[in-house]
Design a protein around this ligand. Structure first.
Ligand code: ATP
Ligand code: MG
Length: 608
C-alpha cells in the first residue's frame, strides 16, 4: 500500500474530545473518526488492525474446536422477556437500544447473544451425543452506555467476539471454561498485551464462576485489587478482604444496650462526629437509606448498616437485593439514595438525615404513596459483629453511645457488602495486603450454568434417556477495545508503537526525497521485495519533506521504518525500530535477511 493512496490525514494537535493517550493517538494518526457520541468509523488503518486482532482470535478459537457462526443483531423482545432480562435491559439504566417494527413488534439491537443462542440450542441440540459444542462470532454489538467515552474503550457500537458453549454436565462446562481461559491468555499475549486474569462479578448476565482479563494501564476504568504474591486478584466490584479489627468502644453497651443519647449538634458526618467526641469511625454504625426500583414498578426502601470506617460496594448490594427481591418483583432497575426531596414528595415525615440509626422504624414509611411500607434491612458483617457502637439516635442533632444489636433493634441480615480497599489484609493470607492497580477489561469468561437454558427451555436427552436443561458457558472479548488498549500500553511521546502482530503494516519504506530518482527507485525496489517476502509493507511515496514523513511514520506507529536517503547512491539504507528507536545503516541487499528473522519472532507476540 502506498501512503499517497491511503487517505491519510494526521493531526498535529490533540483533539479536544479525547482525554486518554490512546484515544488522542488513534484520532491524530487517522485511525478512527467520531460520527456521534460513542459511535466511530474505523478508517482503513484501524480496520487492518481490527482484522489482525480478529485473525488471532479466530485462530485461537478454532484451535479449541469452537465453531464460527454469525447471529442476527436484531433480536425479538420475546426471547428477552422469556429470560427475564427485557425490562432490566430496556428500562431504568438499561443499555439495550430497542425499537418497534411496522407491525408494532418490539425488537432490541443485540448487546449480547445469550438469548438468541439458547433459542437456537432449543431447536438444534437434542442429545448428549451432540455435546459439548462451542459457537463463536465476531460482530458489532450495540449498547446505549450511560457514559460512552475514551473512543473505542466504551463505545455504543463496538466489535465483540462472543462465544457460547453447551454441555451435558458441569464437569464438561468446567473443561471448556479452562480451555477458553488458556485461549484467552494466548490471544492477549499474541496481540502483544500484558493482561492479568481477575475474579469478576457475574453482573446482569448471571451465573456462577467468572473471570475478567485486564490489560494493565493507568487509564483503565477498572480497579484491580491483588495480593502481593499474585495468588489473589479481583475486580474491586467483587473483591473480598479482611477489614481492620474494630477498637472496642470504651464502656461497652449502655442503658441495657439501647444506648445513651448524647448531643451532636450539626455533626451529621462520621468525620465531624468522631472529631467532636474522640470516637473512632470503626466504633460507629452508619445507616444508608436507599431505594431499589423493580421491573414491576415497585420500589423497595433499603436500610443498610455499615461500620463507620467502611464503604458500600454497590455491586454487592445490587446482587443481594436482586437475590432477595427479583423473584417477586422482576429485574432490579436501579438503586439510588433516598434524598430529602424524594422522601418529601413521597409524603414521608421529615427524616433525621445525618442522624439515622439502624432502629429506624418501618412506621416512617406508612404514609408512603408508592413504596413498599417496610425496609429491607441489611448489614455488612463488620457492622453486625460490633458488640456495642455509636449510631444516630433517629432525632436531629443526637446520637446514641453504647448501642448493641438485639437491644437497640434486631441485627439485620448480615452479609459482605463492604468495598475491599487497597491496603486491606487478604482473606486467603492475612499477612499479605491488597494492592491496587488499574485495568482495562478486554475479556470476560463465565460459567453460566443453566439459567438461560431453564428460562428458554433448552433441553437435551442425557445418557440415561431423560430430559434435562443444558449447561452453558459464555466468553467475550472486546475486539475494538482490545485494539485501543494495545495503544494504551504501547505508545511514546511521538506516537503509537504497535506490536508487530497487530500493526496495520509491519514495515514502512520512506524515501527521504521522493523527487530524487535514485531514492524513489530503490524505495520502490525494496517495497516490492518486502511484498514478495510476505511482509505487510507501506511505501511513503509522498513528495513531503523527510521530517514530515518521519513524524507521520512515528505517529501511526509502524514497527519498522526503512529510510532510503542520500546513502541510496552507495546502496545503503537506514533501518529504524519504532519501539526502541534504535537505528542502523546497512546495505539495501542485506535488508531482508536482517529484517525477516526479527519480524518472524515479533509476529508471535509476547512470550505467554
Ligand atoms: P464493562 O464492565 O466494561 O461495561 P461488560 O462487563 O459490560 O463491560 P461484557 O458484557 O462482559 O462487558 O462484554 C464482553 C467484552 O466486551 C468486555 O470484556 C469488553 O472488553 C467489551 N465491551 C463491553 N462493553 C463495551 C463497550 N461499550 N465498548 C467497547 N467494548 C466493550
Ligand atoms: Mg464484565
Amino acid at each position: 500500500m502506498r501512503v499517497s493512496r491511503l487517505m491519510l490525514v494526521t493531526l498535529r494537535d490533540d483533539p479536544s474530545e479525547a482525554e486518554i493517550p490512546s484515544h488522542k493517538l488513534l484520532l491524530r494518526a487517522g485511525y478512527i473518526r467520531r460520527v456521534a457520541s460513542g459511535i466511530y468509523a474505523y478508517l482503513p488503518l484501524m480496520w487492518r488492525v481490527l482484522q489482525k486482532v480478529s485473525r488471532v482470535v479466530r485462530e485461537e478459537m478454532d484451535g479449541t474446536g469452537a465453531l464460527e457462526t454469525l447471529l442476527p443483531q436484531l433480536q425479538p423482545a420475546e426471547l428477552w422477556q422469556r429470560s427475564g432480562r427485557w425490562a432490566g435491559y430496556t428500562a431504568g439504566e438499561g443499555i439495550m437500544f430497542h425499537l418497534e417494527d411496522r407491525q408494532g413488534r418490539e425488537l432490541g439491537l443485540g448487546p449480547t447473544h445469550e438469548e438468541v443462542i439458547t433459542y437456537l440450542a432449543t431447536d438444534l441440540l437434542r442429545s448428549y451425543r451432540q455435546l459439548p459444542v462451542n459457537l463463536y462470532q465476531i460482530q458489532s454489538k450495540f449498547r446505549d452506555e450511560i457514559r460512552p467515552r475514551f473512543g473505542l474503550m466504551r463505545g455504543r457500537e463496538f466489535i465483540m467476539k462472543d462465544a457460547y458453549s453447551f454441555h451435558a454436565n458441569e464437569e464438561s462446562l468446567r473443561q471448556t471454561y479452562a480451555a477458553m481461559d488458556g485461549a484467552y491468555r494466548r490471544i492477549f499475549a499474541r496481540c502483544g498485551l500484558r493482561a492479568v486474569a481477575v475474579e469478576a462479578d457475574s453482573g446482569a448476565i448471571g451465573g456462577s464462576a467468572s473471570q475478567e482479563f485486564m490489560v494493565t494501564a493507568e487509564a483503565g476504568e477498572d480497579l484491580i485489587l491483588a495480593s502481593s504474591d499474585g495468588t489473589y486478584a479481583a475486580n474491586q466490584e467483587r473483591a473480598v478482604s479482611l477489614a481492620d479489627d474494630p477498637i472496642s468502644l470504651p464502656g461497652g453497651p449502655r442503658a441495657g444496650g439501647e444506648g445513651e443519647p448524647f448531643a451532636t449538634p450539626g455533626q451529621s458526618t462520621i468525620e465531624d462526629l468522631c472529631a467532636g467526641h474522640g470516637i473512632e469511625p470503626c466504633q460507629t454504625v452508619k445507616v444508608l437509606m436507599l431505594l431499589a426500583r423493580f421491573e414491576d414498578q415497585s420500589a423497595q426502601p433499603l436500610l443498610v448498616s455499615l461500620r463507620g470506617d467502611q464503604q458500600l460496594n454497590e455491586v454487592k448490594l445490587a446482587n443481594a437485593v436482586t437475590a432477595r427481591c427479583s423473584a417477586e418483583h422482576g429485574a432490579l432497575l436501579d438503586i439510588s439514595p433516598i434524598t430529602k426531596e424524594a422522601a418529601a414528595s413521597e409524603g414521608l415525615l421529615p427524616l433525621p438525615f445525618g442522624f439515622m440509626g439502624p432502629h429506624l422504624a418501618d412506621g416512617l414509611l406508612s404514609n408512603s404513596g408508592h413504596w413498599t411500607k417496610h425496609f429491607l434491612r441489611l448489614a455488612d458483617r463488620t457492622a453486625a459483629e460490633l458488640s456495642s457502637f455509636v449510631c444516630g439516635a433517629n432525632s436531629t442533632d443526637n446520637h446514641l453511645v453504647g448501642a448493641a444489636w438485639g437491644s437497640l433493634c434486631p441485627c439485620p441480615e448480615s452479609l459482605d457488602l463492604r468495598a475491599a480497599q487497597p491496603g486491606d489484609r487478604c482473606q486467603h493470607d492475612p499477612s499479605q495486603q491488597l494492592q491496587a492497580s488499574r485495568g482495562i477489561e478486554v475479556g470476560h469468561i463465565f460459567q453460566l450454568g443453566r439459567k438461560y437454558s431453564e428460562a428458554l427451555e433448552a433441553r437435551f436427552t442425557n445418557e440415561a434417556g431423560s430430559e434435562e436443561a443444558l449447561w452453558m458457558g459464555c466468553y467475550g472479548i472486546g475486539v475494538s477495545r482490545l485494539a485501543q488498549a494495545a495503544v494504551e500500553q504501547h505508545h511514546d511521546g511521538n506516537g503509537i508503537c504497535w506490536p508487530v502482530s497487530i500493526a496495520p503494516f509491519e514495515v514502512i519504506v520512506v524515501a527521504a526525497n521522493w523527487a530524487e530518482a535514485e531514492q524513489s527507485g530503490l524505495a520502490e525496489q525494496l517495497y516490492l521485495r518486502l511484498q514478495e517476502a510476505g511482509v505487510d509493507v507501506l511505501l511513503d511515496d509522498r513528495s513531503e519533506r523527510a521530517g514530515v514523513k518521519f513524524k507521520d511514520a512515528d505517529l501511526i506507529g509502524i514497527p519498522w521504518r526503512v529510510v532510503v536517503g542520500r546513502g541510496a547512491a552507495d546502496g545503503l539504507v537506514e533501518l529504524v525500530e519504532r519501539s526502541s528507536c534504535s537505528k542502523r545503516d546497512l546495505p539495501a541487499i542485506e535488508l531482508l535477511e536482517t529484517l525477516l528473522p526479527c519480524l518472524a519472532s515479533q509476529r508471535m507476540g509476547l512470550p505467554e
